[in-house]
Design a protein around this ligand. Structure first.
Ligand SMILES: Nc1nc2c(ncn2[C@@H]2O[C@H](COP(=O)(O)OP(=O)(O)OP(=O)(O)O)[C@@H](O)[C@H]2O)c(=O)[nH]1
Ligand SMILES: [K+]
Ligand SMILES: [Mg+2]
Length: 369
């Protein structure tokens, strides 16, 4: 019997021969659903191949975790050493780094854990090299730095994305605005707010049939693709921000550099010469959207040296998140909070636990008596 990898190749071949139009969109959707199921089969642990999908055994420390992902010898270890001072072996040959090496970036009162990882190769997600371990670790990161060598073809960016996508990672994307609910009966109820969008009732039904789902509510609120719908059904997708770090710019011309600098989410640097590392740190900071909150005890000044750092969902942190970060029991004991800073309308503003905090707010929690 053909292995999952062989079946994937066959389906990919069939897709490449199928013209993309309204008449084939249902069939293409079904093929993509088959692909997603096969990929899951590969990733799920099986007795013969040992546990799949486990990353390197490195503890999470600090306020957030950033991972260095890229092909071999693009300069990941050089960058780790420059940004954190932690030594990681650098050499001109490929696969110098064979394990995960953690370092810490101290920036604006926050501790950011940076992970150096072995280089990945094409086919990594299907188990080549240390690929699966690397990508499983990437799944645990709050931000991915995709390191690329500017002298290599830019198509490498797409190749890496493809490897990460195969492991359920979605870069610089929001979760699809689709509600999907399985039911006991009543058939498929398809609704959409989009006129002439990519997803029509026929495609949705074909995809669901491939999953043997015959009763469900599907509500599509934006122009999403069949692949995004499959992501919602599969459910285990992870949405991670990403910066494309274009390394070794000491080898290109100024004109080329100016072009690179204009691409969104690109950050040109030279690890070896420490060029634009401050620019990279700024981008890391923005992408992580960390929220630092200073605690103010009653009748005393806030402690500006020791902020509570929060990595909310896309920088969204509530007073409740803040209380929980100090101690599990505090949120329940809280009556209200006083907030100073950009999120407050008055100085201070009296707020409840759902109030959204912003970076550098000062908070005093007032307990129930
Ligand atoms: N010209 C140039 N060379 C660089 C730069 N950064 C790193 N290198 C060189 O690129 C080679 C590979 O660097 P490493 O840091 O070992 O790369 P890596 O991505 O960690 O490699 P693996 O661990 O093997 O995957 C070394 O010879 C470095 O000196 C740079 O900014 N410019
Ligand atoms: K190397
Ligand atoms: Mg290395």
């Amino acid at each position: 019997m053909a292995s999952a990898v062989e079946k994937i190749r066959e389906i990919e071949f069939e897709m490449s021969r199928t013209q993309k139009n309204k008449a084939t969109s249902g069939h293409l959707g079904l093929l993509k659903a088959k692909l997603a199921k096969l990929r899951r089969e590969i990733l799920e642990p099986s007795k013969s191949s040992g546990p799949a999908g486990t990353g390197f055994d490195v503890h999470k420390t600090g306020d957030s975790r950033v991972g260095l992902v890229g092909f071999p010898s693009v300069g990941k270890s050089t960058l780790l050493t420059k940004l954190t001072g932690t030594h990681s072996e650098v050499a001109a040959y490929e696969f110098t780094t064979l394990t995960c090496v953690p370092g810490v970036i101290q920036h604006r009162g926050s501790k950011i854990q940076l992970l150096d990882l072995p280089g990945i190769i094409e086919g990594a997600k299907d188990g080549r090299g240390r690929g699966r371990q690397v990508i499983s670790t990437a799944r645990t990161c709050d931000l991915i730095l995709m390191v690329l060598d500017v002298m290599k073809p830019i198509t490498h960016k797409r190749l890496i994305e493809y490897e990460l996508e195969g492991f359920g990672i979605r870069l610089n994307k929001e979760p699809p605005n689709i509600t999907f609910k399985k039911k006991e009966k009543g058939g498929i109820n398809f609704q959409t707010t989009v006129k002439d969008g990519q997803l029509d009732e026929d495609t949705v039904k074909k995809i669901l049939a491939e999953y043997k789902i015959h009763n469900a509510d599907v509500f599509v609120r934006a122009d999403h693709s069949d692949e995004e719908f499959i992501d919602v059904i599969e459910g285990n997708r992870i949405y991670i921000p990403c910066i494309c770090v274009m390394n070794k710019i000491d080898q290109i011309s100024l004109d080329e550099l100016e072009l690179l600098d204009q691409v969104p989410n690109f950050c040109p640097i030279s690890s070896h010469h420490s060029w634009n590392l401050d620019g990279l740190l700024d981008m890391i900071w923005k992408k992580l959207a960390l929220v630092r909150v200073y605690t103010k005890p009653r009748g005393a000044n806030p402690d500006y040296n020791d902020p509570v750092n929060m990595q909310g969902a896309k920088g969204k942190c509530t007073v409740e998140d803040f209380a929980n970060k100090i101690h599990k029991s505090i949120a329940a004991e809280m009556k209200y909070a006083l907030v100073w800073g950009t999120s407050a309308k008055h100085r201070p503003q009296k707020v409840g636990k759902d109030h959204l905090l912003e970076d550098e707010d000062v908070v005093q929690l007032v307990k129930k008596t």
